[in-house]
Design a protein around this ligand. Sequence first.
Ligand SMILES: N[C@@H](CCC(=O)N[C@@H](CS)C(=O)NCC(=O)O)C(=O)O
Length: 385
Amino acid sequence: MSEAPYTLYGMAASLYTGKVRAYMRHHGIPFEERGAGHAEYGEDIVPKLGRFIVPAVVKPDGSLIQDGTDILDYFEERGLSKKSIYPEDATLKAVAYLFELFGGEGLLRPAMHYRWNFDADNLAFIKGSFDDVLPGGLSTEENQKMFEFASGRMRQAAVAFGVVPDAMKTIEETYTDFLKRFDAHLAQSYFLLGGHATIGDYGLFNPLFAHLGRDPHPAMLMKQTAPRVFKWLERMNGPETFQDHTVDWEGEGLFASGAVPETLKDLMRYVAEEYLPEITAHVAFANNWLAERPDIEPGTNGLEDPAQRAIGMSEFNWRGHQVKTMVMPYRFYLLQRLTDCFAQAGDAEQKEIRALFAETGLDAMLDLRTTRRVERANHLEVWGE
Ligand SMILES: N[C@@H](CCC(=O)N[C@@H](CS)C(=O)NCC(=O)O)C(=O)O
């Protein structure tokens, strides 16, 4: 077994592993990373998790944590964050949760499009990265066959996230717009909310690192059109703190809550345009689905296969395109973190959060609720009471 106290099972090209790796590096948590192709991952870890999924962390006592957010919370709760990744201020905390959700779940269209639809630039590199999750010792033919199977599943997933030919041009135009807005924001701040990374940065880091900042085609696009975003990736991925005279910011503190800069509001407006219609449609779909299944046992996902992650496909209008995307209860688990944060805030704080979200077109996000809560039990998403 490894000398380091923690083992991180993941993959270099994995969207959700990147966030955990960056957090553990920055906060000085010693770990050894192993590709999920290691035999013990399949033999010991997958049976315990009930599905093949990364990232997973094995603690020094041998027990497991799965899910990027749950892993970060485990370390945070033990006081291991150098600076808490949760802002104290209620408004900033709500914004951090918003970007945790949007980063993790709302940028999958560009992430998957730029990974899987630029084979001439990307494919050889991606194939090398996929070796992390394939067993060692395969013949060239076996390796190719397994890569085709694994990448074929991901190409199907891209379609299920809405990457369809009709929408591709819009995906490219809007992602370019996102990069421009984030780049402008990072001229005034080292991170999303000021001088250190919060859970909002870690959410955004998911797609912006593994796919959009690392795969050759989109990495070039980012470097050429949004160099500050690339620099932010480097900051996120290292242990050091910064004083950068090219950024109009000093120190490790966060914005004052009433002083949210216009550039951050522009990013919030982007979330409203890009993702609010989708999450709204998904919540409505889930509530209909739940209404038709009043007998679902609490603590189960209501499906035949407890490992299945989607409850169906929901159709909605995304920037003028009718698209159909997978409805995954995990997204409601992240949404609840935002709506709980809002519900737990004091009256004056709620007023301030509501005003900021209304100003940026996100007011309705604060009121989205599924009729049953999503919980996590035994490393799976399940319905609560
Ligand atoms: N919510 C999960 C998502 C993890 C996830 O989707 N991981 C991907 C790799 S980035 C995976 O393991 N996919 C395996 C599969 O779909 O078969 C987390 O944050 O840990």
